[in-house]
Design a protein around this ligand. Structure first.
Ligand SMILES: Nc1ncnc2c1ncn2[C@@H]1O[C@H](COP(=O)(O)OP(=O)(O)OP(=O)(O)O)[C@@H](O)[C@H]1O
Length: 246
């Protein structure tokens, strides 16, 4: 993984940001090519959510550059944001609408309507193995299925980059595994770049790219198996982030 030269996927180059006077990100650089699952690993307060706020255009970096599918986020925000799908920590499904309607409503906000929206909803729900629940109200779904519906919704406008901020928080082990597997498949089968923020190291596979964020800086980046070396990735992560058991 290089921080230069990727003309598509996601590029974050020397990005810094402060909340008030307090630095939250300092010189963060990494790149994730198309189809790659990139795990953004960091303990609480590392800066993961701050980075997501910058990537989704909610805030602007104080310095540095963000590129989405070749579009510079500050110079061409509409083009860049049109290629981003995001799943935030807090669910934003409309609980009184059916799963299918949640998806087609979102599509309408992107100017996609009618049969095309229905076709995309069917395809997205198939991808997440959620088609049989399309007629249920979101309120009736369990936590894992709500998350899957949100991920399906985030695919409606055909994003090049999918951002997920701790998407398995609060889910049981089976639901966590199902969602982690589904999103890994999305990268591999659909060529989508995935940025998956977590502090749960067991969600990372050997072949994934990893960016370890600690106190707003990149502590390590590269293929998971290279970062881990002969040790379990958890040990390396805890050592780097100062949380190793005594
Ligand atoms: N809205 C905000 N206003 C002020 N400071 C903030 C705000 N959001 C985050 N911070 C600060 O920025 C730093 C990074 O926090 P951030 O929430 O980005 O980390 P995180 O890795 O997402 O942690 P968590 O896993 O707890 O969500 C912390 O010092 C935090 O207190």
């Amino acid at each position: 993984m290089s921080s230069r030269g990727a003309s598509s996927g996601l590029v974050v180059a020397d990005v810094s940001f402060a909340w008030g006077g307090r630095k939250a990100l300092e010189g963060v650089s990494f790149a994730a090519p198309p189809g790659k699952f990139c795990a953004l690993l960091g303990p609480n307060g590392a800066g993961k959510s701050t980075l997501f706020a910058l990537l989704t255009g909610l805030m602007r970096p104080a310095s540095g550059r963000i590129e989405v599918a070749g579009h510079d986020l500050s110079r061409a925000p509409r083009a860049a944001l049109a290629r981003i799908g995001a799943v935030f920590q807090q669910s934003t499904l409309d609980l009184d609408l059916t799963v299918h309607r949640n998806l087609t409503y979102f599509a309408a906000l992107h100017g996609i309507g009618g049969r095309e929206a229905a076709r995309r909803a069917d395809a997205a729900l198939d991808r997440l193995d959620m088609r049989e629940r399309e007629g249920e109200k979101a309120r009736a779904l369990n936590g894992g299925h709500r998350r899957r519906a949100e991920i399906a919704r985030a695919l409606m406008h055909d994003p090049a980059v999918l951002l997920l901020d701790e998407p398995t928080v609060g889910l049981d082990a089976a639901a966590r595994r199902a969602i982690t597997d589904h999103v890994h498949d999305l990268g591999r089968d659909a060529g989508i770049t995935v940025l998956w923020a977590t502090h749960l190291v067991d969600e990372v596979r050997d072949e994934d790219e990893v960016v370890i964020l600690h106190r707003g800086r990149v502590a390590a980046q590269g293929p998971a198996e290279e970062i881990a070396g002969p040790r379990p990735l958890t040990d390396v992560f805890l050592t780097m982030t100062g949380k190793a058991a005594a």
